[in-house]
Design a protein around this ligand. Structure first.
Ligand SMILES: Cc1cc2nc3c(=O)[nH]c(=O)nc-3n(C[C@H](O)[C@H](O)[C@H](O)COP(=O)(O)O)c2cc1C
Length: 318
């Protein structure tokens, strides 16, 4: 009797299983949820909330070739519906990253996306090669859209520059390449198309949006760098629009990023056309958010009779 009951429950569970797996750049992710670059430290502290091995992919903070300090403080400023940050991408430099961080990240398990940035096409290519030569990275994400560094958003501000950087990198690496785009253009779908034509294997959108706050007591800009990038719930509708308006224009997968604070926001981006989603600022508020979002997507699929997350990608786009 005991055994039969057990089998019955197992059978019931199997009938209810939904497929959360997706594919980006020819690589299988067990589920569509990953951290947005720069917002999640794969440290021992985080392990207490949930094992990062449960994530669909790991995404590193953007690294540069040489060590960098980042911008002067204050580097973050809370707004009513989000966060301004002007971290300015401090980096330990690629050698330290390869020697000390990469081996640890590789052991965690899920596909590893290494985010990189540089100031010239040539140095971008050199950095790609350094990362690729380790044999430890599964994909590269090109940060072409950071509003807090010199030349950050310029890479994805016009089609000619975007095409040149993506094509040059694709010609010099065999790793799948994700182009991270800025929403600060008149036609984000056109930019996604341009990245695809240049050979990108996927696009991620959106990065933060340049903004500013004034400290009224000091009567001066609130942030050390004067301006910062806005993230969080305030930018979610911009991310939904960016994904929605790109979906029909390209065949490569979209990683939808921007203002996700619950599984509902993640499902919204998937319905708008995202194959996978990146959770950013909300990781600071709720370090278990990504785990809850994975379960929330799974429950949504079950409750609505879908067998696979792939069945709802772009379903809201006509
Ligand atoms: C503190 C902070 C640091 C970030 N660092 C990076 C970075 O190093 N590279 C990058 O491509 N994006 C970086 N971002 C942008 C996020 O990856 C993401 O695109 C953006 O925050 C929008 O998502 P969100 O609204 O969920 O935060 C950073 C964002 C924040 C808030």
């Amino acid at each position: 009797m005991y055994v039969r009951t057990d089998r019955f429950f197992l059978f019931q569970r199997l009938c209810w299983m939904v497929d959360l797996s997706v594919e980006i750049g020819g690589i299988k992710l067990n589920n569509p949820v990953m951290p947005a670059s720069g917002t999640y430290e794969f440290s021992e502290q985080h392990k207490g909330f949930f094992p990062p091995s449960e994530l669909g992919a790991l995404v590193t903070k953007t690294i540069f070739t040489e060590p960098r300090h980042g911008n002067p403080p204050p580097r973050v400023w809370e707004t009513p519906c989000g966060l301004l940050n002007s971290i300015g991408i401090p980096s330990e430099g690629v050698e330290n990253f390869i020697n000390f961080k990469l081996p640890y990240l590789r052991k965690i398990g899920p596909p590893l996306i290494v985010s990189i940035a540089e100031n010239t096409v040539e140095s971008f290519i050199q950095l790609c090669k350094k990362v690729e030569d380790t044999g430890q990275a599964d994909m590269l994400e090109l940060d072409l859209s950071c509003p807090n560094i010199q030349k950050g958003t310029e890479w994805s501000a016009d089609e000619a520059t975007l095409y040149r950087i993506v094509k040059s990198i694709k010609e010099s690496t065999s790793l799948p390449v994700i182009a991270k785009l800025s929403p600060l253009v008149s036609d984000i779908g056109g930019m996604a198309q341009c990245a695809e034509e240049a050979g990108a294997d996927a696009v991620s959108m959106i990065n933060t949006i340049k903004g500013m706050a004034i400290n009224i007591n000091k009567r001066k800009p609130a942030m050390g760098n004067k301006t910062g990038g806005l993230s969080g719930p305030a930018i979610h509708p911009l991310a939904v629009y960016a994904v929605y308006s790109s979906y029909k224009k390209i065949k490569i997968p979209i990683i939808g990023v921007g203002g996700i604070s619950s599984w509902k926001d993640a499902v919204e981006l998937i319905l708008a056309g995202a194959t996978a989603v990146g959770v950013g600022m909300y990781n600071f508020i709720n370090p278990s958010a990504m785990k809850e979002i994975i379960s929330g997507i799974e429950k949504y699929l079950k409750d609505n009779g879908f067998k696979s997350v792939k069945d709802i990608t772009g379903l809201a786009v006509d």
